[in-house]
Write a protein that binds this ligand. Structure first.
Ligand SMILES: [Zn+2]
Length: 443
């Protein structure tokens, strides 16, 4: 997922305020002219009447109400793209904000230096007023533990406060339908189907065909979750259902959640759509925290997780789930003892918080599926023993459960639940299918 665009404070609000402000200045400048023109117009109208009475033309400066330019106390947010090498102080300087109070707080804030480091390509949102006073700033950052947080510094009644919290978002369903003309991937992009949904679609059917193989007249219908923060899309949830008509044949995939933490894709008959790795990195343990924007059970907020966590006791062996070559075996700040394995040109996996590496693990070493690479622990930024496991496809973190891990079969109870859900989604896909043109609807 690309989280760079995540924080979007409605820019048009700022634009409106600024425009409003300028139009007042415009009126102020024009007022003396209006005064003159009005007096002249009354006189000239009078001249066009038949048998004009004697008219004396008087040009007089009319008294105008005093116009005082008032410094606007309106606060507004502005978004500033973060460039390479930017610090918060440098961006504030660039925006003409010189607030010594704020600066002093920045350097004494309780947040760690890492959290206050800006990443090039992200956005820094700043709350200010016309006088260049600073009231707050916000940006998204990675807490180096696989979670995204909203870093906020705010001046509340003269007191500066700092926070780094999970991002609050709400989920809505989005439907998209496309009849391929030339290039399915480019046309999905034009329909504003997010990159991670396109990648997920590609991966679901990767064992059968690639999206690039779709031809003119083939059809794609999708239902997926869009996540909103403050009314603006901040990311995607799950691709819930996909149907593709390719060369006259129909392919379907429905997401089925095994529990609150993970799920997989099944066809209309309830059979797994994708063959994943042959095994799991830790055997017989449950996923304690799933991938993506997870709904917090109590706070009802959403938080982002770039991998999945397996609950396991310290010392539990971790195995390579597929053949590959170690890209990294090192100690990092947030991840602690970590290993990264490259499996093929596009797929890598990552293992974090290990208590120890298995013997001989170093970058460049080839490993076989099932080979022990290390042991579960709690090194780095971790609250207790667990394995944080990530899968990246072309460098993007994807849901390990739907993209790489073995897909479990459905029990009869699960199959019944699956059929209820998939038939409701099929009805929606069929609705899209009956509309002839490309649609982007029901956002
Ligand atoms: Zn994790």
């Amino acid at each position: 997922m690309d989280y760079r665009k995540l924080l979007h404070i409605p820019q048009n609000c700022v634009g409106k305020l600024i425009n409003h402000h300028w139009s007042w200045l415009g009126i102020a400048a024009a007022l003396p002219l209006f005064g003159m023109a009005t007096a002249a117009a009354v006189a000239s109208n009078a001249q066009t009447e038949p048998e004009p009475p004697e008219v004396q033309q008087v040009v007089e400066r009319l008294a105008l109400p005093a116009f005082e330019f008032q410094q606007s106390s309106t606060r507004y947010w502005r978004d500033e793209p973060i460039k390479r090498g930017d610090t918060i102080a440098r961006v504030l300087n660039r925006l003409g904000i010189r607030d010594s109070d704020a600066n002093r707080f920045l350097y004494s804030s309780p947040l760690s230096r890492d959290l206050l480091k800006l990443k090039a390509g992200a956005t820094l949102s700043v709350q200010t007023n016309d006088a260049g006073e600073l009231y707050g700033l916000r940006f998204l950052n990675d807490d180096e533990n696989g979670e995204q947080v909203l870093v906020a510094l705010e001046n509340k009644n003269g007191v500066w406060q700092a926070s780094a919290d999970p991002i609050v978002a709400q989920s809505v369903e989005t439907m998209r339908g496309l009849t391929v003309k030339r290039n399915a991937v480019a046309e999905l992009n034009q329909l504003k189907v997010p990159a991670d949904i396109r990648n997920q679609l590609e991966e679901i059917f990767a064992d059968q065909f690639s999206l690039a193989s779709l031809k003119a007249g083939d059809r794609i219908n999708l239902v997926y979750e869009t996540l909103l923060h403050g009314g603006s899309p901040v990311g995607s949830g799950n691709l819930l259902a996909a149907s593709i008509r390719r060369d006259g044949r129909d392919y379907q995939a429905f997401y089925f959640a095994h529990d609150s933490e993970s799920g997989a894709y099944y066809d209309a008959a309830g059979k797994p759509v994708k063959q994943g790795f042959s095994r799991q990195p830790v055997a017989a343990t449950r996923i304690s925290s799933g991938f993506g924007w997870r709904k917090h059970p109590i706070l009802r907020t959403m938080r982002l997780h770039s991998g999945i966590d397996y609950a396991a006791s310290s010392g539990t062996p971790i195995v390579a789930p597929a053949d590959g070559t170690l890209a990294k075996a090192e100690r990092q700040n947030g991840y602690g003892n970590m290993i990264e394995i490259r499996h093929n040109a596009k797929t890598t996996t990552l293992y974090a918080h290990m208590s120890a590496f298995a013997k001989g693990m170093k970058a460049g070493k080839a490993v076989k599926a099932g080979e022990v690479i290390g042991y579960v622990g709690s090194t780095g930024r971790s609250t207790g023993p667990h394995l944080h496991f990530e899968v990246k496809i072309n460098g993007q973190a994807v849901d390990p459960a739907t993209n790489a891990l073995p897909t479990p079969g459905l029990s009869s109870t699960q199959l019944a639940q699956f059929q209820t859900k998939s038939s409701a989604l099929t009805a929606r896909l069929n609705l899209l299918g009956s509309i002839p043109t490309n649609v982007a609807m029901l956002d």
